[in-house]
Design a protein around this ligand. Structure first.
Ligand code: NAD
Ligand code: MG
Length: 391
């Protein structure tokens, strides 16, 4: 019998993290859990770490360490806290690491996992947006592999198995359109964070759900597609597909389209990455097409969703534009959640941040290193805050 696979889950207490633990919990003997990480949800983190007998549990917040220590007392699980501890935990030898922290904070721990040679299951799309070439080069240098967990990218990856990338004419990723798909554009200025945080089809973390309503999530995913598959931006499209059953389509040079169809359940993409290169049975719903009846599509409207236009600019510029875009988006999202700015204003803040930083020159079109990305991220956050406070 083969030894259990050593695995870590970064962002274990979140939506993707909990779905990952659900799959692992169904087949306990096959896995040895190394590290689990989380944020302020100490009770969940400690419970999962004890139940799965993890080596170490890490909270991102140093002030939460005493609570984590207390919750883990007698369990034999090591407790740690803070950014450096997250990266240290991610660098502990493991065969497979799930990167499911939300935001740019996921980049450094993901790179650490690749540096120790793990296969990185990447839900944290921000890593690809901020530093795609660095992530791919790190994987290559250390003989590791990056497997997409974002449902659209998993779909594309699966449609490409056995295919030559040079035969790909286009990739189409789908978007549900989010909470405000059918709202009149004029009403968007009154949208509240609570309204934005309800998704028609998927149950996800608060931030990505709001990003689905603004299509900033799709904007990040267009950039992620560009970086993951090395495709020319002109070959990458987004289409509104309200049913969220087709996750992506790959169009080949012979005119054929391969579509990936499945229920909106992230355990499919997580399970695919967990068992790759094998396919194994997964506890997801089996679709009844006659019940569904029809799949519909619409063109995305860039007046309603300017994030898509901004993503095109970022894909053209590359360099640190993705890091600036993502950081400005994170700050704008925080400000919307805090009711400092309106829903449509988020895109304005991101656009002005990109303009100001590129106008200053030198900051965007440079080679990507972790230090450069951090610097661009900090600069963009400061600039975005200034823009928000000006209003
Ligand atoms: P979530 O908010 O539910 O969970 C985020 C996790 O990250 C939690 O464990 C939290 O404690 C941790 N975290 C938050 N801020 C942190 C920080 N600064 N440092 C360290 N840890 C921190 O988010 P989610 O919906 O699970 O999404 C996680 C990632 O996966 C995101 O990048 C998201 O875009 C991507 N993703 C999610 C889904 C989904 O269905 N939820 C689908 C595709 C991609
Ligand atoms: Mg997605």
């Amino acid at each position: 019998m083969s030894r259990p696979r050593r695995i870590s889950v970064l962002g274990a207490t979140g939506s993707i993290g909990q779905n990952t633990l659900d799959l692992i919990g169904r087949d306990r003997e096959s896995y040895e859990v190394v590290a689990l990480t989380g944020g302020r949800n100490i009770a969940q983190l400690a419970k999962d770490a004890s139940d799965l007998r993890a080596e170490i549990a890490v909270t991102a917040h140093e002030d939460a360490l005493p609570a984590l220590r207390e919750a883990l007392a007698g369990s034999g699980v090591e407790a740690a806290a803070g950014e450096a501890a997250l990266t240290e935990a991610a660098s502990r030898p493991a065969d497979w690491v799930m990167s499911a922290i939300v935001g740019a904070a996921g980049l450094a721990p993901g790179l650490a996992a690749l540096e120790q040679g793990a296969t990185l299951a990447l839900a944290n799309k921000e890593s690809m947006v901020c530093a795609g070439p660095l992530v791919m080069a790190t994987a290559e240098r250390h003989g590791g592999q990056v497997l997409p967990v974002d449902s659209e990218h998993s779909a594309v990856f699966q449609a490409l198995i056995g295919e030559d990338i040079s035969a790909v004419e286009r990739v189409i990723i789908t978007a549900s359109g989010g909470a405000f798909r059918d709202w009149p554009v004029e009403r968007l200025a009154e949208a509240t964070p609570e309204e934005a945080a309800t998704h028609p089809n998927w149950a996800m973390g608060q931030r990505i759900t709001i990003d689905s309503a603004s299509l900033f999530n799709k904007a990040l995913e267009l950039i992620e597609t560009r970086e993951f598959f090395g495709l020319d931006p002109a070959r990458i499209e987004a289409v509104i597909h309200p049913e969220s059953m087709i996750h992506a389509l790959v169009g080949f040079c012979d005119g054929g389209l391969m579509a990936h169809v499945g229920p909106p359940d992230m355990r499919h993409a997580i399970g695919f990455a967990l068992h790759h290169p094998e396919r194994r049975a997964l506890p997801v719903e089996r679709l009844d097409l006659t019940q569904i009846g029809q799949f519909t599509f619409r063109a995305p409207d860039e007046t309603r969703w300017p994030a898509l236009r901004l993503a095109r600019e970022v894909m053209e510029v590359r360099g640190l534009a993705g890091a600036v875009f993502n950081a400005a988006k994170e700050v704008a999202l925080d400000a919307f959640i805090a009711r400092e700015i309106s829903f449509p204003r988020m895109a304005g803040v991101v656009e002005e941040t990109l303009d100001r930083i590129s106008a200053r020159g030198g900051h965007i079109a440079v080679e990507i290193s972790l230090d450069n990305v951090r610097e661009a991220d900090q600069l963009a956050r400061q600039e975005a805050r200034l823009i928000i406070e000006q209003v």
